[in-house]
Design a protein around this ligand. Structure first.
Ligand code: PLP
Length: 440
């Protein structure tokens, strides 16, 4: 446990004014550390400890904390007197939307919001509007935000989930109280990588939309099987539902065109956030013009309401423009660099795991990786929960924190490399991993 009396004192103080002492209870985790600074690949806590960061605040910091180019863009718009006007369009929002359309070749039109949850909310509302249907399909083990339709079936304990079902659906198992019963009957969680279950649901309910992360990244890194995303595309065409890729974590992080461009599969709508603005609150929903035009439908009764006082606030918009500019620089050189770091850490961790004789697989997509203590790469949450040694995973993460390496200390939480990480950071991490393995 790192020395943390100052962190504990701050938490104690905040408990008097904030429920649990933390805004967002998923940030409350042991060891209780209060971070006071983040620069590049490093985090610094209130007690003067520093860490090489692989949590990256749940993944937005693809360029690293406080990237100087992004910071400069933010300071510049504020110095120039840009404000939030709430009337009319702005050149900044036009510039960002245009850049996004350049980066993601299949999209033609963009709307900007503040958070991924808002974006997934709007994507589902759009799907319901255009299809005139209410039911949606979500992935067991996927995360698409905190709102009523999708706050379910994430890391559900097997005891609650019951035996594997296929083809078929799992019950809606909320991850929040306060979700109306009526919502639960409209949402159908299925196994990732299971096309038969999607077909099964479509044959029974009028499905408006299916939302999925193209690679599940809230339970580590669970890849689609070859043909799975294409199979979803075909089912969407056959059954007439809107295919929504939740690229909040994958978008701009694995390629400028997101995972859709890597897979070569085009959804109807995609949502972005996180890496789009390198840590600033910016999210987007994007797609083909005919679908996106429902947000400005000439018939008021058909129009999908998308409003928000802070939408396209100049600070996150400037941050997003600067981020996308950096990502597109030199033909996407940053992706090649981070892929090199990804290969280096994967090889290093693999060697340490083999040396220790630990049954494990490393799943990785570019900058995102996860070590699973099981003998095969998981295909879905049920598979993962049935085979992964979660206790060993969490023990190891705490050992790493002891050694100045911050892997979020909750089983299967994905690790993120940023462009600010160095080869020396990676090598130090691998050495600490080897030592931690010996201890656990
Ligand atoms: C894939 C995915 N979708 C949506 C969200 C929700 O985004 P936000 O936390 O910005 O509301 C998240 C957040 O972790 C996410 O990982």
């Amino acid at each position: 446990m790192p020395n943390n009396p100052k962190s504990l004192a701050i938490l104690e103080h905040n408990r008097r004014f904030i429920p649990g002492g933390v805004v967002s209870i998923n940030r409350h985790i042991a060891p209780e550390l209060v971070f006071v600074r983040g620069m590049g690949s490093r985090l610094f806590d209130a007690d003067g400890n520093s860490y090489i960061d692989y949590h990256g605040a749940f993944a937005p910091h693809f360029l690293g904390h406080n990237d100087p180019y992004v910071t400069e863009a933010v300071v510049r718009v504020l110095r120039d007197g840009a404000s939030l006007y709430g009337s009319g369009t702005t050149t900044l929002e036009g510039r960002l939307a245009e850049l996004m359309c350049q980066a993601v070749p299949w999209i033609e039109s963009v709307q900007l919001l503040n958070t991924g949850s808002e974006a997934t909310y709007q994507a589902l509302r759009l799907a319901r509007a255009v299809t005139g249907r209410d039911h949606i399909v979500v992935m067991q083990g996927g995360y698409n935000g905190w709102h009523n339709d999708v706050a379910c079936n994430l890391m559900t304990p097997l005891a609650a989930l019951g035996p594997r079902v296929s083809p078929g659906e799992y019950p809606f198992l909320p991850i929040s109280s306060g979700i109306p019963e009526a919502h639960r009957t409209l949402v159908h969680p299925v196994n990732f990588n299971d096309l038969d279950s999607v077909a099964h649901v479509c044959e029974r309910y009028p499905v408006a939309g299916l939302i999925t992360e193209p690679v599940l990244q809230n339970i580590g890194v669970v890849h689609p099987k070859p043909g799975y995303l294409d199979g979803l595309r075909k089912l969407a065409d056959k059954h007439g539902f809107v295919l929504i890729f939740d690229e909040v974590k994958t978008g701009f992080r694995h390629a400028p065109g997101g995972y859709a461009s890597i897979a070569g599969v085009t959804p109807d709508v995609a949502v972005y956030g996180k890496a789009l603005a390198n840590g600033y609150p910016m999210a987007a929903i994007a797609g083909k013009r005919d679908l996106m035009n429902w947000f400005a439908h000439p018939e008021a009764s058909k129009r999908v309401l998308l409003a928000g006082t802070y939408n396209a606030h100049p600070v996150p918009t400037a941050a997003a423009i600067a981020t996308v500019e950096r990502l597109l620089e030199n033909g996407g050189e940053v992706y090649r660099r981070v892929e090199g770091l990804g290969q280096r850490i994967e090889a290093g961790l693999r060697a340490e795991l083999d040396r220790a004789g630990v049954r494990s697989v490393i799943a990785r997509q570019g900058s995102a990786f996860c070590v699973y203590f099981m003998d095969h790469a998981p295909v879905d949450w049920h598979d993962l929960a049935s085979h992964h040694d979660a206790a060993l995973d969490e023990k190891l993460r705490r050992e790493l924190i002891e050694r100045g390496i911050y892997w979020f200390p909750l089983q299967t939480k994905q690790c993120s490399i940023s462009a600010a990480h160095s080869e020396a950071d990676i090598d130090r991490t691998v050495a600490a991993f080897g030592e931690s393995l010996k201890t656990v």
